[in-house]
Design a protein around this ligand. Sequence first.
Ligand SMILES: *Cc1c(COP(=O)(O)O)cnc(C)c1O
Length: 387
Amino acid sequence: MQFIDLGAQQRRIRQKIEKNILAVLDHGRYIMGPEIGELEQRLADYAGVRHVLGCSSGTDALLMALMAHDVGPGDAVFTTPFTFIATAEVIRLLGATPVFAEIDPATFNLDPASLEKTIVALKTNAPETSPLPGGVRVSDLTPRGIIAVDLFGLPADYSAIGEIARKHGLFVIEDAAQSFGAESGGRRAGAMADIACTSFFPAKPLGCYGDGGALFTDNDALVEKMASIRVHGKGIHKYDNARIGINGRLDAIQAAILLAKLDIFPDEIERRQGIARRYSERLSAIAGLTPPSVPDGYTSAWAQYSVLAADEEHRAALQARLKSADVPTAIYYPKPLHMQTAFADLGYRAGDFPVSEDFARRIFSLPMHPYLEEADQIRITDILAGA
Ligand SMILES: *Cc1c(COP(=O)(O)O)cnc(C)c1O
């Protein structure tokens, strides 16, 4: 059994993928060929935003979104410690400081109450009310923005986060790397913040066959700036440089592959709902195991189906039992970001984010993809039930 079976999807659309790739080989416009504009338009229509820019990866999308907001040394960007490293890495890469807030135990996403407490603690220099980077003084950092993450495909609480952002004059970036195809409050992932960033890494809900990503926004000024940053900060022409940028383009061949995959994407999101529902129905009766919850009004893209075991030993036992039956599992994420060596200089300590630290010891993810067979799901849940 595979954790994510990309082969089943490929068999379904192989001819279309080959045809689209061959079209790129025929026209030869490998960089910024016509597939890029076509994909951007279709992604914008799907997400319900005015502008989309294809780009080189989800990480570069986040980096360019921060660059568009002129984030740099002395700036604080608030985010979750329970995410993939890229979310906070890009903040540090620009010389700014990631300031972590705790997650909501029900959704694994940024807890708006903890976020606001952390913002206020930073503004008033009261680290005893909420963990801040060690030794930070109020004069050291300027609060600038928030990166909320739609973990495992479930959108964060953007109505609450947006309200906090407006109150404190902060921008909001949606890290939708795992959530393309998700919905909440009548909006789709990609349309929930000033700028949204997604990833087309092969294992994401909408993946290509290499690295890729996209930026989403309704803001005309921001899209113009990000389009410039995407090509070395270009000004009125290629050899006029208005600002510092990066080489952040998406390849035409990857766009061609994504166009083929986009045709079946709504059907795949639908299939994921059925598979998640089946898992949850069968797992909710198992003592000591907590299936993921989806709040009313939300739809997850189910990038991962992650459950909580009772404790670390319980998790190890369940994973071992599944492994001996050839069922792969994974741990997202075994170490919260505030505990990573890469961020040791921030001065956070064990115990600063107890929910994130506890979940890192108890969480694990089950095989999840649109082509997972019911018989395999029954086998997995029976093993977990101890049958
Ligand atoms: C995958 C991922 C990224 C980075 O995307 P890449 O395309 O791999 O660079 C960023 N944030 C989150 C939450 C992710 O899961």
